[in-house]
Design a protein around this ligand. Sequence first.
Ligand code: NAD
Length: 488
Amino acid sequence: MQQFQQYIGGTFSDGSARFESRDPATGQVWAMMPEARAKDVEHAVAAARAAFHVAEWSGMTASGRGKLLIRLADLIAENAQTLAQLETRDTGKIIRETSAQIAYVADYYRYYAGLADKIEGAHLPIDKPDMEVWLRREPIGVVAAIVPWNSQLFLSAVKIGPALAAGCTVVLKASEDGPAPMLEFARIFDQAGFPAGVLNVITGFGATCGAVLTSHPQVDHVAFTGGPETARQVVRNSAENLASTSLELGGKSPFIVFEDADIESAVNAQVSGIFAASGQSCVAGSRLIISNTIKDAFLARLKEKAEAIVIGLPDDMATEVGPLCTTGQRDNAVKLIEKSVAAGARIITGGRALDREGIFFPPTIIDCSDAPNAPCLTNEFFGPVLSVLGFDTEQEALDIANDTAFGLASGVFTRDLARAHRMIRGIRAGIVWVNTYRAVSPIVPFGGHGLSGHGREGGLRAALDYTKTKAVWLRTSDDPIPDPFIMR
Ligand code: NAD
């Protein structure tokens, strides 16, 4: 049985307790994980606070921080295969995806490395003749970064990268589901040459670890990715310390196809949009909104493609859909589908958990034309389940797309340029993909509205979000200060 350790203050240790991690493909326990409880959280925050002030880090030049991040990126690239295999083993995410994604994670760190020495202050054209005023940009302090189990290396990179570029220190709480890749990442990070305590990696459960971390008085900012219900708790807890928050939450993203679209391309993008990552993706295009003029033909082609998907073990390169990460997700899918069918929705393909070892759920398509209030249209599955509604007019398509409390991503397929622009303007979401879907890059800000959260990760501003400004006033006159009772 493999054993993993937490990483605090540059040292590896076992944690207050240990818990079992199960392989989602077999349901068998394969590793023991360190469980951080209050004492470990305390220790990790203290290490991050100490490292924030130590001259070795606080006095390091911005380009010095950039160089360390480049070294980290190189180490990630060198160890990409090990990281991918561990993520696949512990979360069930297929090896095809983890291999490609982790190679790209190195590029994310390279991008943030480049930002480190582009964090600039400003000189202000002050309205007083004998003053110089400028703004310094200083690191925000200790960051608590919390990630869900899916794509942890990627979701932590968009927090750790800009936070370290800005000169912050970080306590990263990996998910209790599938933490192995993050704990291995800590080993790799340890070789990059950062001062001890700049990054601390722990894992544990929501109530006994996450809540303690987010309410800790020495935490200045909480960068959270996860579900909306947990985000509410995070916001309540961070109110203890009035720490700032950025929230990257779930979605129920619309995928709109007009009759003039390149149909084959749209079908392929929809397959990727909902069935990639076995549907366990925050940007999953989980609501197909399709012109009624092409609905039947489109669904027939989509069904054909969905049924041809190779379901298999996640470590097999041929597998296209693997297991779900947790039994809770499968049970949630079963329940939501049952309720939707009871409300009049019709299953086109899939719909039942597979009767085999592991947590397997097949690609599923549900036509909700006769069930516009079916719960599958409003609830996030975090599984390979697509709900479908038809539309007659462009306005109707837009109304359906915006009929959601979420607002993360969206897709529009049309060859009509003017219509594409009208949809781009009208859709309420943080991302609009036109004639494509699921493209990401460190260069592009990522985030949503409403129940999808607030704040943006990635892009040029990413490192600025981990800074605060300090306004500096310097009087240039040698004359005595005239009247001490007048503010000037
Ligand atoms: P989750 O909200 O259950 O857990 C996320 C993390 O929060 C875990 O590390 C968990 O231990 C921790 N946590 C739980 N309770 C806590 C508390 N009280 N205080 C602090 N931390 C606590 O999410 P999940 O089920 O692991 O992941 C799926 C969700 O994440 C989906 O809703 C998905 O859409 C979302 N997600 C969003 C993005 C994005 O970038 N927008 C990316 C990936 C996943």
